[in-house]
Design a binder for this molecule. Sequence first.
Ligand code: NIG
Ligand code: FE
Length: 425
Amino acid sequence: MHDLVVRNISQLILPESSFSPLKGKEMSVLKVKENAAFAVKDKKVSWIGNDDEADSKKAVQYIDVQQKMVSPGLIDPHTHLVFGGSRENEMPLKQKGMSYLEILAGGGGILSTVDATQRASEEELFQKASFHLERMISFGVTALEAKSGYGLDRDTEIKQLRVIQRLQNSFPAAIVPTFLGPHAIPLSYKGREEDFLNEMIGLLDEISHKNLAEFADIFCETGVFTAEQSRKFLKAAKSKGFGLKIHADEIDSLGGAELAAELEAASGDHLVAVSDKGIKMLGDSNTVAVLLPGTTFYLGKDTYAPARRMIDNGLAIALATDFNPGSCVTENLQLIMSLASLKLNMSAEEIWNSVTVNAAHAIGLNGKAGTIEVGKPATFVIWDADNYHYIPYHFGVNHAKIVYLDGNKIWERQKNEKFQLSDSR
Ligand code: NIG
Ligand code: FE
């Protein structure tokens, strides 16, 4: 006896977990089962088959999805979920032509969010992050990474990571925490960058002992941290057992991609300005290139990460929102899928693999999330669409209808979102 049978599925999206991420041409293959059904028992997928076999499956509950598509829960492998304040005041500055790094150099940008995050209480940060997280889940995201990095001092970094831990215990989603202490250099450390870096390295032991983060990350960029400083931090983190991530070559090409491959990082993220050598080295590695086209869009740039060249060179790509208060203010991973289609020229098959199995690899959830497989968690989304091409095509809105995590319904579109025409007349 199954707990649940989901049936009459137009397309069941079935990426499979594998030891390494899908690379290059492998990304263009997406397993899709038409007229499908599947069953759930004890939080796991217990059967997958044709819809006409579903009649013979005994279950406590049946859901007829009426020829809609079903996919694994989406995975957002790069977010800055926890922060204080907001930065709408930067919009006019951007419109006047001030660049992201200029705003940061003047003490704005990340540094103004650091100020707001330092001043916010743990409870305030938790409430605010909860609001954003609920919205992410409503877009079909059931697993995500969340970074610290708006503390730049011990107490605030730990405060952010404790908020992430509280979110993990309070919300139905898999949340993977990352320590991003070296995210910017506080103005008070101008000229003493190395001292600041050493302080952040000094926090690694405490964070590891308290089990507050699985990954360590650094912003390797002009005016922030050099490739050498990034190597020093990431090597220290690796020696203490952290998985590695790096904000690499977002604006300038500093060798961040090369470093990610050299240190066998789980992911190198951004990579808009990646060098040919960086592409080659990532192609020879299992490091996932996490692309964030929403950030390029939101920064108002015309040049996007060279996704096609990356795929031609055998890289593994994942897609993420980069949700944060400055360079990409959206929780909507479906919008990112549209931008990947329009701006990165990725096919729908490549895109779905990038927000499921490859995203799982980027945050250490391979085999635990991103698939619908017998024996694996029954974590899935029922969509308001009958085919997987439709989601990147129809952009900017939410197509998720019902979201399940471990066999439990965790979100459903409210019926009252429909217009009540007769009442309003
Ligand atoms: O990934 N580039 C560095 N960090 C974030 C932006 C953070 C912010 O502007 O608050 C990013 O784009
Ligand atoms: Fe980021």
